[in-house]
Design a protein around this ligand. Structure first.
Ligand code: PEP
Ligand code: MN
Length: 352
């Protein structure tokens, strides 16, 4: 919130207010106002950050020296992920493979491709195909959030074991979704390289705190019913736990009248690359929900400046446990797509 004081309020009185705010655990940033012709510019102002509640606002607004209290809407400019002016990348260590992967500004487009849901039969062949076609990471869900609780929810710990076994053979770092704070130790035990938080957990603050505390790279997926500001604030919460390794993933939202599985949010790639300094990934599979749309949507994402693409692939989509209809299944096609996306990203980034 922003506190505007009456012009001429003694500084000691303002300091008293600031003491109170600090006592509530809030951070304050004071601007005393400037003497000059503009009456607006003369107003002393405190910018207040932290967990502000309605009782705080009421108590401050009732003070004699306070002219107005203005709640801040939108994305506060002091969010860690909004810090501007430096190019930020996230490096994903790869202790079980051959090379780490760096994603973000100035780097080549990073492709995270693999099964939607880990299965025992096809995950190895699928992840090998993804690697041959040019993917940098393998994605695969052991714990699957579903629209209906009566649908299959993943192989769980057996799925993580399978992912780890496949990683040892393929050599790419793995991305896997964590659904519950109770599973953090399990993900640490199997050394999952990137923790994904899904669209249904975009505002699960307890989970975001715990994944933040691991200091592991986190792929945060935008909430499908959240405004972009809400998702940015929630993603920022991961960073507030001292975790700089945040990657922001767009995946479409619930909209009206769209042709594909979700309403695409490709324009946010452009908006966010001007606002945040975190790597931006676009999920071409869950936004489209249709195999035939993936290449073109990926072209738009890459040309728009996405730092990475997340996608479902499967060598035998008719046998996939979940989402086979949107998985790319042919190696040559996948290789062509990835090569095209890399070129488009390079053109946008001015690298030729
Ligand atoms: C996924 O990436 O497998 C997934 C379930 O995505 P989302 O959370 O975006 O639906
Ligand atoms: Mn899926």
């Amino acid at each position: 919130m922003i506190i505007q004081y009456y012009v001429g309020t003694p500084l000691e009185e303002i300091e008293g207010v600031r003491e109170k705010l600090r006592g509530w655990g809030l951070r304050v940033q004071f601007n005393p106002g400037t003497a000059g012709p503009s009456p607006e510019a003369q107003i002393p102002v405190d910018n207040v950050f932290g967990a502000i509640n309605d009782a705080h606002r009421r108590e401050i607004a009732a003070l004699d020296c306070v002219k107005t209290v203005i709640p801040i809407e939108g994305v506060p400019q002091n969010l860690a992920l909004v810090r501007r002016g430096h190019r930020h990348t996230v490096t994903i260590p790869n202790p079980h493979g051959d090379r780490p992967v760096t994603i973000g500004s100035g780097q080549a487009l990073v492709v995270m491709a693999g099964v939607c849901t880990v299965d025992m039969e096809y995950t190895l062949a699928t992840h090998q195909m993804a690697r041959r076609a040019g993917a940098d990471l393998n994605r695969g869900g052991a714990f699957k959030p579903r629209t209906s609780p009566y649908d299959f929810q993943g192989l769980k710990e057996d799925g993580l074991k399978k992912l780890v076994e496949v990683r040892a053979q393929v050599g790419l770092p793995i991305v896997s979704e964590i659904l519950d704070v109770r599973d953090v130790d399990l993900f640490m035990k199997y050394e999952v390289d990137v923790l994904q938080t899904g669209t249904r957990n975009a505002q699960n603050f307890e989970l975001l705190i715990e994944v933040g505390r691991t200091k592991k790279p986190v792929l945060y997926k935008r909430g499908f019913s959240n405004t972009i500001d809400e998702s940015l604030k929630a993603a920022n919460y991961v960073m507030e736990q001292g975790n700089d390794n945040l990657i922001f993933c767009l995946r479409g939202i619930k909209g009206i009248g769209h042709s594909y599985r979700n309403q695409g949010d490709l324009d946010e790639i452009v908006a966010l690359s001007q606002l945040i300094d975190r790597p931006i990934v676009y999920d071409v599979s869950h936004s489209a929900g249709k195999r035939s749309a993936v290449a073109a949507i990926g072209n738009m994402a890459a040309a728009g400046g996405a730092d990475g693409i997340l996608m479902d692939v499967h060598v035998s989509p008719d046998h996939a446990l979940v989402d086979g209809f949107q998985a790319i299944d042919e190696e040559g096609t996948l290789q062509g797509m990835i090569a095209t996306w890399r070129k488009l990203r390079n053109i946008t980034q001015g690298a030729g």
